[in-house]
Design a protein around this ligand. Structure first.
Ligand SMILES: C[S@@+](CC[C@H](N)C(=O)[O-])C[C@H]1O[C@@H](n2cnc3c(N)ncnc32)[C@H](O)[C@@H]1O
Length: 245
């Protein structure tokens, strides 16, 4: 199902949680000069316009990036780079957050299945060294794993439009960790009243992931109203707990 459009939610509280975490963990992994591979299964369009129709319709960014502080955090490197390149109302999606923090020796591989989002992603990443695929993110990542270089980070950030997504993402993450054991695997999930994310957490519990959640008032937009945002990090790099705190 490809009806989800992240433009309505870009820069909202859940994005802030996910993107601050992504920037923090990437900054841990890029401390040593050894190269890494960064991969995403559900990349989105890369850059969002908070002045555009979708963002204006929900206004979710006002409770997210509109209130974000901690300008000493590596996430602001991505904000500054994105605004400098795309304009003052631009907001970095996860590919742009990663692009701002990765170094020339690192590799970046992105999957985005939606034709329009994929085309926008290609445009947003024009001139950058990045491999962009229009294929199913889970199938693509498993097919390309383990990549070279083996050190690396995966972001799994689906739209959870179907109930079964939680089970399927759990199975996928387990398989990915088996194929690419050196990878840190970061999985985002929404916290909804139905609490389906608990199934996902149970499926991954034997890998003892780092789990981090934030709660916020329901702001509508997604099914049932999201009351929080969660992350599970498998094989979290040393220092991740401090970064998440
Ligand atoms: C939550 S959004 C991604 C947001 C992005 N990671 C960010 O933080 O900026 C989920 C994306 O997954 C895409 N998508 C949906 N099904 C997919 C699939 N099977 N494979 C790859 N991408 C898919 C959607 O088109 C959407 O752009």
């Amino acid at each position: 199902m490809l009806s989800y459009q992240h433009g309505y939610h870009a820069g909202g509280p859940a994005d802030i949680h996910k993107h601050f975490a992504l920037a923090g963990v990437l900054s841990l992994l890029t401390r040593k000069p050894r190269p890494i591979t960064y991969m995403e299964s559900h990349a989105g369009r890369g850059v969002y316009n908070l002045g555009g129709e979708q963002a204006r319709k929900t206004g979710e960014w006002k409770a997210g990036i509109g209130k974000a502080e901690r300008r000493d955090h590596p996430f602001w490197t991505a904000i500054d780079a994105t605004r400098a390149r795309y304009g003052a109302t631009a907001y970095p999606g996860s590919p742009a957050v990663a692009r701002a923090l990765l170094r020339p020796q690192d590799r970046m591989v992105l999957m985005e299945l939606h034709p329009t989002e994929n085309a926008e992603l290609r445009e947003a990443m024009a001139g950058e060294v990045v491999e962009i695929h229009k294929r199913d993110g889970c199938e693509g990542l498993l097919a390309l794993s383990p990549p070279d270089p083996r050190r690396g980070l995966v972001l799994i950030d689906p739209s959870y439009e179907r109930k079964d997504d939680y089970d399927e993402i759990g199975d996928f993450a387990v398989k990915l960790a088996q194929k690419w054991p050196q990878a840190a695997i970061m999985i985002w999930y929404p916290i909804l009243k139905a609490a389906r994310h608990e199934r996902l957490a149970r499926a991954l519990s034997s890998a003892s992931p780092l789990r981090h959640e934030v709660r916020f008032p329901p702001h509508g937009g997604r099914e049932g109203g999201m009351t929080g945002s969660g992350l599970l990090i498998l094989n979290a790099p040393f220092g991740s707990e401090k970064v998440m705190a």
